[in-house]
Design a protein around this ligand. Structure first.
Ligand code: FMN
Length: 160
């Protein structure tokens, strides 16, 4: 079964909600998924959640067939751990893997474009334009996030 790694950073939980819906959509199309919230360490955190260090996330990214990276925009940039991931991921061979990006913003979106450009630089097959949404996470946004997960599955099946 093809595997999708969903790797994201989230300050107040909006990107996390999108990640959960991307995950649902991808699994509904038969993909195996692993969703990782980036943090300082790979450890359990309150509310039954866990975080994954950037280095451990890189290893999972390396082993996956497709990668969806999620980040909100903070100060015109991706959140800090996603920034670190982008800096280090260039050392992996990601060419030919399917990639996309998603994330919320308020008024000045930047993160999704930065992630998509990085993925193109690594030679990934990018599902464009990814998904960039403003404001609270509504049912419509959850549906669009699910559809992004489904489109990753389609992009993978077109390659095989
Ligand atoms: C300190 C701070 C800086 C922000 N900078 C930007 C920005 O440059 N552009 C933008 O569109 N939104 C900006 N936002 C809004 C966030 O991107 C938005 O609230 C997003 O939904 C947060 O998602 P998260 O809960 O996954 O972190 C900023 C928010 C905060 C708190």
């Amino acid at each position: 079964m093809a595997k999708l790694a969903i790797i994201y950073g989230s300050g107040t939980g909006n990107t996390a909600e999108m990640a959960a819906a991307v995950d649902d959509g991808a699994r509904s199309e038969g993909l195996e998924t692993e969703a990782l919230l980036l943090g300082n360490l790979t450890e359990d955190v309150p509310d039954g959640r866990s975080t994954t260090s950037v280095n451990d996330a890189l290893a999972i990214m390396d082993s996956a067939d497709a990668v969806a990276i999620g980040s909100s925009t903070y100060e015109m940039k991706p959140v800090v751990f996603v920034g670190q991931l982008l800096e280090k991921a260039g050392s992996l061979d990601l060419s030919g893997k399917v990639g996309t990006a998603f994330g919320p913003y308020a008024t000045r979106p930047k993160a999704v474009g930065i992630i998509i450009d990085a993925m193109k630089g690594w030679g990934m097959d990018v599902v464009e334009p990814g998904l960039q949404v403003s404001g609270a996470i509504t049912g419509k946004i959850r549906q669009e996030s699910r559809e992004l997960g489904e489109s990753i599955a389609r992009a993978l099946s077109e390659k095989s």
